[in-house]
Design a protein around this ligand. Structure first.
Ligand SMILES: Nc1nc2c(ncn2[C@@H]2O[C@H](COP(=O)(O)OP(=O)(O)OP(=O)(O)O)[C@@H](O)[C@H]2O)c(=O)[nH]1
Length: 390
């Protein structure tokens, strides 16, 4: 009897279990898909079926996969500046273009059948208007006139050649125009760059750094222009392009201390040359000129400054000469860089600068491009000045 009761209970359990499993399935099968329910019918047991194409929003918002947002800082591409040898010849076309009025004017006078008094006066006027300077122009014409008379020069080509010789001689080709940038006594050479606002100091510093790197030297830049934050930024950008480090100071900080730190760093890391860019200053501001003297004195605690380059904007013409003179009184300038010669027809300023200052023009700027700076070569310069129409 016990067995019968137990068997009945087991049977009952099995039946209930089977019903529990089968009924929900049947129910589910009976439920019509929502698309087919038609308007107005609702199913309470289930939420409306979402069309399979639509994805259910996740319960927990997962952040979108990070798409390499933090880019690795790109390693700066170090440029290989073009070699400096023969640069003036390569940039000659640019110089000729800006000087063509001067060259053509001169040559048209020289090509006259007879060089009379008026012709010589015109030649002198052409030289003066090209900023050669009154006195220098008179001397040049006197000498040329004498040569033409003594040698009995007849052809335009001959007169042109003699004029070229006189102009080249006026540029004192024997002057030492080399830049003192080689390290010595176990320390780097130090080059100080000075000049009035906007003359092109920072740009020229950057271009010189490229010239040096192209010639195989290692360079460190000192941003002692603490007046203008953008100047330090500008200089650092020039440096990065050729792999040169830039030492900077706080904005408005003491320029002498930045210059000092730059030279110290240059000594510590063992570069060949330290180039120091200074703030542009007006030559009539006595305080600023004194400050420039201080920069030089402070730097010289490490040793002598090898080169002090005065940056002169060629487009300022004869006015630039007065500015230059004041600078030479504040610091001992060893070379002039004449910038923006591509933007003036007054290339004769080179002669005037050297004559008035007694300081060689060592480099010329012939454009805003990174390699538009050339070592100054008197003969090539004169050829570009006169053009080749003869
Ligand atoms: N055409 C031409 N422009 C030049 C030359 N050299 C420099 N410049 C331009 O002159 C402007 C002034 O140059 P900067 O180097 O900023 O002058 P800066 O003397 O450092 O200026 P401050 O720091 O304000 O004193 C820039 O636009 C340069 O691109 C050149 O040889 N030719």
């Amino acid at each position: 009897m016990e067995y019968v009761v137990a068997s009945l209970i087991l049977l009952a359990v099995l039946i209930v279990g089977a019903v529990g499993l089968v009924v929900p399935r049947l129910r589910r099968r009976e439920l019509p898909p929502s698309e087919q329910t038609g308007a107005g019918t609702t199913t309470l047991e289930r939420p409306p079926v979402v069309p399979p194409t639509e994805e259910l929003p996740p319960l927990v918002e997962r952040p979108a996969p990070v798409q390499e947002e933090v880019a690795e800082p790109a390693a700066p591409t170090i440029e290989a500046p073009e070699p400096t040898a023969g640069r003036l010849v390569r940039l000659r076309a640019r110089l000729s273009r800006s000087q063509s009025v001067f060259g053509r004017g001169l040559l048209s006078v020289l090509s006259r059948d007879h060089l009379d008094e008026d012709a010589w006066e015109e030649i002198e006027d052409s030289l003066i208007s090209a900023d050669v300077g009154v006195e220098a122009s008179q001397v040049l014409v006197e000498r040329l006139r004498e040569r033409v008379r003594v040698l009995g020069t007849r052809t335009v080509a001959e007169v042109r050649a003699q004029l070229a010789e006189e102009l080249t001689a006026a540029l004192e080709p024997e002057l030492d125009r080399s830049l003192k940038t080689a390290p010595h006594d176990g320390r780097p050479a130090v080059v100080l760059v000075v000049g009035v606002n906007g003359a092109g100091k920072t740009t020229t510093c950057g271009k010189i750094a490229r010239v040096l790197v192209a010639d195989g030297r290692t360079v460190l830049l000192g941003a002692a222009d603490t007046f203008r934050a953008a100047a330090a930024e500008q200089l650092a950008t020039w440096g990065e392009r050729v792999g040169a480090e830039t030492v900077r100071g706080p904005e408005g900080g003491d320029p002498a201390s930045v210059a000092f730190d730059a030279v110290k760093r240059g000594i510590d890391v063992g570069v060949d040359t330290v180039l120091i860019d200074t703030a542009g200053r007006l030559q009539n501001k006595i305080g600023l000129m004194d400050e420039l003297g201080k920069v030089k004195r402070v730097v010289e605690k490490h040793g002598t400054v090898d080169e002090t380059l005065l940056i002169l904007d060629a487009t300022t013409g004869q006015n630039g000469l007065e500015q230059a003179r004041v600078f030479t009184e504040a610091v001992e300038v060893t070379g002039v860089v004449l910038t923006k010669l591509d933007g003036t027809a007054k290339g004769g300023i080179v002669i005037a600068v050297q004559r008035k200052l007694g300081i060689p023009v060592k480099l010329v700027g012939l454009g805003e491009g990174p390699d538009d700076l050339a070592p100054f070569e008197p003969a090539a310069f004169v050829e570009a000045l006169l053009g080749s129409d003869a």
